[in-house]
Design a protein around this ligand. Structure first.
Ligand SMILES: Cc1ncc(COP(=O)(O)O)c(C=O)c1O
Length: 373
């Protein structure tokens, strides 16, 4: 055995011992399941108009953008999507990326320098953590949703600039950030609030326009939103919403934008079509929240702020066992185990979906009650 294979085997054995081995499985090969694990909150990935939007764009522009955006990879389907996203969320400008991960890497790395302090909530998504690692800035991590701690770091900083990183709905616990207070603290201390709307777009705020829109913060100079097209919009890709000046800065300086092939036309076309569906069928947004509420009651946890519910489990093995028992009864649920949890606590993660029928919700809540009894 080479040193390399020995190292791989050692790491695999350690994972197995800790009950932390992850396995991939094709979800289309396990028979019909009620999905309480995925992020296609509104069921739009299979909506005929969304699929048709993807097909139309692929037929018109091809399967790929063919180049990075600054070369020949900017297509009118990107410009249309950016205009649609800005109009929907109330921001003056948008820039599309090939993933939400890229949008976060680009935003944090391009809006900071050696004279910037990044103040990051302890629960932010891995893409924002990696973005901090990429940035050449000092980083302070504050306890979850602790506005006073954010203010202490902003007030005491020696760096000229500062940005604060949060998610509007947190992907693990499913709770909301205190956006109004955070934006106020940022404004008073000349800092920029970067808020990831990945789990709020299409689910929260008026007709799913997101929590920054709901808080009246969309379009303010010191507020930047990032998002993904891969959750409630049922497509793939990401975007940044901000002022035209921020957009222009990203186009010129953000390496994950400049050195990356433009978003695939089908993904852009699908996302625009999804926004159109949400505008015409706002009842989907109300439905996903009603399903979340039913799941919260069954799981005996507080009402969710969005579509994500977290149920703490004694340990990783218990979490995996509960997922397997749910699967045997036709319900797919997810779990987060270390290192994917911000606090070492393993949790079941349930997501609500607007397209579940009443019967499916009934079945899901029955199984959930049994699992937790
Ligand atoms: C909060 C958050 N931000 C960003 C991302 C990354 O988005 P994408 O999957 O489009 O790369 C995700 C999840 O995928 C997420 O949950």
């Amino acid at each position: 055995m080479s040193k390399f294979t020995e190292w791989l085997a050692g790491r695999a054995a350690a994972r197995e011992d800790a009950g932390l081995t992850r396995r991939l499985f094709a979800s289309d090969s396990s028979g019909p399941m009620i999905d309480l694990a995925g992020n296609d909150y509104l069921g739009l990935s299979r909506h005929p108009r969304v699929v048709a939007g993807a097909v139309r764009a692929a037929e018109r522009y091809g399967a790929g953008a063919g180049a990075s955006r600054l070369v020949t990879g900017t297509l009118t389907v990107h410009e249309d999507l950016e205009a649609d996203l800005a109009a929907f969320t109330g921001f003056p400008a948008a820039l599309a990326f090939s993933t939400g991960y890229h949008a976060n890497l680009a935003t944090v790395s391009a809006l900071t320098d050696a004279d910037t302090l990044i103040v990051s909530d302890a629960h932010v998504h891995a893409s924002l953590i990696d973005a901090c690692r990429l940035a050449r800035a000092d980083v302070a991590v504050v306890p979850h949703n602790d506005v006073a701690a954010v203010e202490r770091f902003l007030a005491g900083r020696t760096q000229e600039r500062a940005i604060v990183l949060v998610e509007t709905i947190y992907s693990v616990l499913g709770d909301a950030a205190p956006l109004g207070e955070l934006a106020d603290v940022c404004r008073r201390h000349e800092a920029v609030l970067v808020a990831d709307e990945a789990h709020a777009l299409g689910v929260c705020g008026v007709e799913g326009r997101g929590l920054l829109h709901a808080a009246g913060l969309a379009g303010q100079d010191h507020v930047v939103a990032t998002l993904t097209l891969s959750k409630s919009l049922g497509s793939q890709g990401g975007a940044v919403l901000a002022t035209p000046a921020v957009r222009e800065h990203l186009v010129n300086t953000a390496r994950p934008f400049i050195y990356d092939t433009g978003l695939a036309p089908a993904a852009a076309g699908a996302a625009s079509a999804a926004l159109e569906v949400i505008r015409h069928e706002p009842e989907r947004v109300a439905r996903v929240r009603a399903v979340a509420s039913a799941l919260a009651k069954a799981g005996d946890v507080p009402e969710a702020d969005g579509a994500v519910l977290a149920i703490a489990m004694p340990g990783p093995r218990e979490a995996v066992d509960a997922v397997a028992r749910a699967a045997q009864r036709g319900i797919r649920i997810g779990c987060f185990r270390p290192p994917s949890t911000p606090d070492e606590i393993s949790r079941l993660r349930l997501t609500a979906h607007a397209h579940l029928t009443d019967d499916e919700v009934e079945q899901a809540t029955t199984v959930l009650r049994d699992l937790l009894s």
